[in-house]
Design a protein around this ligand. Structure first.
Ligand SMILES: *[C@@H]1O[C@H](CO)[C@@H](O)[C@H](O)[C@H]1NC(C)=O
Length: 271
């Protein structure tokens, strides 16, 4: 058997087994999008680079551009050129690391202006470029909470402006919502009020990792219930007082009539 034949046959088999053949460089960011970063904290982006057996990474570049606005000016944050893929950041708080099939960007002391679309470009040995993008935004506190009523559907709707990852919860008269008051929708933004008529104070509380804010919808006071409790407290007191006065009057009358009798007896004796 020809010895030279064997290796090439092996390579051919390998190429058949690799699903994408020779040209299959792919790049993807591993972070879940969009990435939210708290001001002053660290941003870490990780990306994976896949390539075929005959391909080679010749350079890696991390760039950023604004997510919105007219100017789509890209700034380079770091490049890892050449065979060694030693990375160099363009600013002191950015560090990029390049491993065999993974690259990491670390940015310290993140601030609002660091938000945007981050682009990772990987160039192979023949100069072909493959890119991956990731949106990065500042983690924002809860803003402008409001509650509005949809009277035709007996629902209260809670709104919040632009806080990151808001969580909604409801209170009625400062207590958790019970089945007799209403039902909260799955996402928490809507309260279907089953209590009729709608009365009292409904508070929507919105929170995230940076804090919370709330708004209250005030309906007419819960009258029937109010009167009921007042009656329940006042009636027994009134009955007790009335009973007491009646007992006292009866007792006094009884005493008077006794005294009268004794007086009569006394008079009879002296006569
Ligand atoms: C009330 O809610 C219903 C159902 O969600 C919606 O179709 C309707 O437009 C709402 N009405 C108002 C005034 O928002």
């Amino acid at each position: 058997m020809d010895l030279h034949y064997f290796p090439s046959w092996k390579v051919a088999l390998l190429l058949l087994l690799v699903p994408c053949g020779l040209q299959c460089m792919s790049v993807h960011v591993l972070n879940e999008e969009p990435v939210h970063v708290m001001p002053g904290q660290q941003l870490i982006l990780r990306a994976q680079i896949e390539h075929g057996p005959l391909e080679e990474v010749s350079s890696v570049t991390w760039e950023r551009e604004p997510e919105t606005g007219m100017t789509h000016e890209r700034v380079t944050l770091a490049t890892c050129p050449g065979r060694s893929l030693k990375c160099a950041g363009t600013r002191p708080n950015v560090h990029v690391n390049m491993e065999q099939r993974e690259t990491t960007l670390e940015m310290n002391a993140y601030e609002a202006a660091d938000g945007g679309v981050y682009t990772l470009t990987v160039t192979d040995h023949r100069g072909a470029k493959t890119t991956a993008q990731c949106i990065v935004r500042e983690y924002e506190e809860v803003h402008h909470v409001s509650v509005s009523i949809n009277a035709s559907h007996s629902t209260l709707v809670c709104g919040e402006a632009w806080g990151t990852d808001p969580h909604f919860s409801w209170l009625h008269e400062r207590a958790a919502i019970t089945n007799s008051v209403g039902r909260v929708s799955k996402d928490g933004t809507t309260l279907l009020v089953t209590k009729t008529p709608i009365c009292g104070h409904f508070t929507c509380m919105v929170s995230n990792e940076l804090g919370h804010s709330s708004a209250t919808y005030t309906a007419a006071p819960c009258e029937a219930e109010g009167r009921g409790t007042i009656a329940a407290v006042v009636c027994p007191i009134f009955l007790l007082l009335f009973g007491g006065v009646l007992a006292f009057l009866l007792w006094r009358r009884h005493r008077h009539s006794n005294r009268g009798e004794r007086l009569h007896e006394h008079l009879d004796d002296t006569i």
